[in-house]
Design a binder for this molecule. Structure first.
Ligand code: G3H
Ligand code: 13P
Ligand code: ZN
Length: 321
């Protein structure tokens, strides 16, 4: 059942966080749904601009609609990840998305707020919610790269002004995370004091944590042992920090890179062990199983595992179903 993001947020707020997982194809989608059903968790499917272009935006919509039929117990929202203004308007018009992200965080404050306001006015007229971003995370997303030294944590006072000016429903903040597999070296962790201060400035507004992959070092080591050449030693978010962050108002935790590492490890190991294999289905099956296990493990850290029945009851009540 696809539900408005708002319905998921109001149930999660202050208690647990929803895993927001990027998908690009059918295998990822199957693993995601299986993992969420196995762990009894609601979730958010995220579609990036790159994912929409990878095959065709209608292909992903078709895959998700089919998954909704195959897994009638699933409760989830469909979200545009890191949208620009044109893509956000397109997704709002499509009638398929529960929420959109407008990411104008690279623009000056006023421009970011003005762009977000235009998207929010359009989205709200259709009952869709809007995630905006304020501050600069590190790492690479789409074609934008931010170096470690240029990361700029979200200012709580600016967050208050931004929410009032932009009309955004949830806020992606820079709180110590970074996108991609090459995250911070050394002892970087979440800035809990900053999360507390931001939430105090905008009480009730769900916060979103991007760049939340943990980049497990054993996963990187297995990939490299099977022929990969990933840089070792990059540090992601300790998954044990997801739930404490959720208790402070972080409602949505974006995880993409860790799933790509599962894909890479499965495929490298499979073809290293079976060099004569050329059918993509046997390895695809292993990937779906491994991805489902990964998703279920993340949902446990997030605290969303085990909440599915309560969330469905809440959604049915507020949606009058
Ligand atoms: O933050 C970006 C997400 O990981 C999506 O990545 O734009 O390569 O699909 P993508
Ligand atoms: P990771 O690169 O840490 O998985 O972050 C994903 C993300 O923020 C998607 O918006
Ligand atoms: Zn992101």
């Amino acid at each position: 059942m696809i539900v408005p993001a708002k319905v998921l947020f109001e149930h999660a707020y202050g208690n647990y966080a929803l895993g927001a997982y990027n998908i690009n194809n059918a295998e990822q989608t199957m693993g995601l749904f299986r993992g969420c059903i196995a762990s009894s968790a609601p979730f958010i499917i995220q579609i990036s601009k790159g994912a929409r272009k990878y095959t065709d935006k209608r292909m992903l919509e078709g895959i998700i609609r089919s998954a909704e039929e195959i897994f009638p117990d699933a409760v989830f929202a469909v979200h545009l990840d890191h949208g620009d203004e044109e893509t956000a308007h397109d997704c709002i018009e499509s009638g398929f998305y529960s929420s959109v992200m407008i990411d104008a965080s690279h623009e000056p404050f006023k421009e970011n707020a003005a762009i977000t306001r235009r998207v929010a006015d359009h989205a709200h007229s259709k009952g869709i919610s809007v995630e905006a971003e304020l501050g600069q995370l590190g790492g690479v997303e789409e074609d934008i790269k931010v170096d470690e030294k240029n990361v700029c944590l979200t200012d709580p006072n600016e967050a208050k002004e931004f929410i009032a000016a932009s009309g955004a429903d949830s806020l992606a903040c820079a709180i110590g995370t970074s996108h991609g597999a090459y995250k911070f070296s050394g002892g970087q962790g979440l800035h809990f004091d900053r999360i507390t201060a931001i939430q105090a400035a905008i009480p009730g507004v769900p916060l979103v944590m991007h760049g939340s992959s943990s980049v497990p070092q054993d996963e990187v080591a297995r990939i490299n042992a099977a022929g990969g050449q990933l840089k070792e030693g990059a540090k992601g978010v300790d998954p044990e920090q997801y739930l404490p962050a959720a208790k402070l108002g972080v409602c949505k935790v974006n995880i993409d890179t860790d799933g790509r590492l599962v894909w890479t490890r499965v495929h490298r190991e499979f073809f290293k062990d079976k060099p004569a294999e050329f059918d993509f289905r046997p390895v695809g099956k292993v990937f779906m199983d491994e991805y489902a296990l990964f998703i279920a493990s993340r949902n446990k850290y997030l605290g969303s595992a085990g909440t599915l029945d309560a969330v469905r009851a809440h959604a049915k009540k507020v949606l009058g179903l």
